[in-house]
Design a protein around this ligand. Structure first.
Ligand SMILES: [Zn+2]
Length: 277
């Protein structure tokens, strides 16, 4: 993939500002202002997890999956030795499949749990190596190291190389898209999230996830870093049974991202383009 158009346009702003200063040095305050405004816009796009301005970003399943009544439940920040096994049991009880965006260093600490996720028919995908809060401040090399290390570790532990990547907290910068492209990874964010790392009320989290619940949705929950209910229960464990019940009532089938999608590049003019447009 080449650079996203928005990033190319930003490079053009920088070049134009440079030329303006060379041709008319007195124009420097304007040139500087244009570059500063452009940086603010790029940062803004990176802070908005569902934006597509920094490259292809998946926020819904493709039409074909939606037409089959599929939705994707994605569960981030694990595996967690206390929470994840209980999440797996809840999913099994509802014959549901989910996608786990795992932190690779955590997966390496709990390899058996990671393999159990796969054994039960779910999918393990790349959510970076260490889930650093400074992730979106990394340059091209730092991003390649962080995401590449995670890719190698997860492939080793889970036995399958991830195809999808989700940025820590959904925060990105303009260097991310080319790095993902080189590693053969597709960025996936979400249609809705429940804020279940901070919200302690399961009803509130459930209401956020179910607002306008429809086929093709990608929902975000957490098995790692889970907030606790006032009774001390990880929020995801209270929310999941109700959410899976709502899905069943609405005739929606929770599937993994891998099952919902054709492999990237495998279908000419494919569902990827439709989902990313
Ligand atoms: Zn995360």
């Amino acid at each position: 993939m080449t650079m996203p158009a928005y990033v190319k346009a930003s490079a053009a702003v920088h070049a134009a500002a440079g030329i303006a200063v060379l041709v008319a040095p007195a124009a420097w305050p304007w040139a500087l202002g244009a570059v500063a405004a452009n940086h603010l816009a790029l940062t803004g796009a990176g802070l908005w997890p569902r934006s597509r301005w920094l490259g292809r970003n998946w926020t819904r399943l493709p039409e074909a999956a939606a037409a089959r009544g599929e939705i994707a439940i994605t569960i981030d920040d694990g595996p967690d030795p206390e929470v994840t096994p209980r999440v797996l049991d809840l999913l099994d009880a509802h014959a549901a499949r989910a996608t786990f965006f795992a932190i690779a260093s955590a997966a390496a600490r709990h390899p058996a749990l990671c393999r159990e996720i796969v054994r039960r028919g779910h999918s393990v995908q790349n959510h970076s190596d260490r889930h650093s809060h400074a992730f979106s401040l990394l340059g091209p090399r730092g991003l390649a190291r962080e995401i590449g290390a995670a890719q190698a570790r997860l492939a080793d532990v889970a036995g399958v190389a991830p195809r999808y990547f989700r940025a820590p907290a959904g925060l990105r910068n303009p260097f991310l898209a080319p790095v993902l492209d080189r590693l053969g990874l597709q960025l996936v964010s979400w249609t809705r999230r429940g804020y279940d790392t901070v919200r302690r009320d399961p009803d509130d989290v459930l209401a956020r996830l179910c607002k306008g619940l429809a086929a093709g949705d990608i929902l975000l929950l957490h098995d790692g870093n889970a907030a606790r209910t006032p009774a001390g229960q990880p929020v995801v464990l209270s929310v999941l049974p109700a959410l899976l019940g709502r899905c069943a009532d609405a005739g929606l089938r929770p599937v993994t991202l891998t099952d919902a999608l054709p492999a990237p590049g495998s279908v000419p003019g494919d569902a990827w383009a439709a989902a990313s447009s």
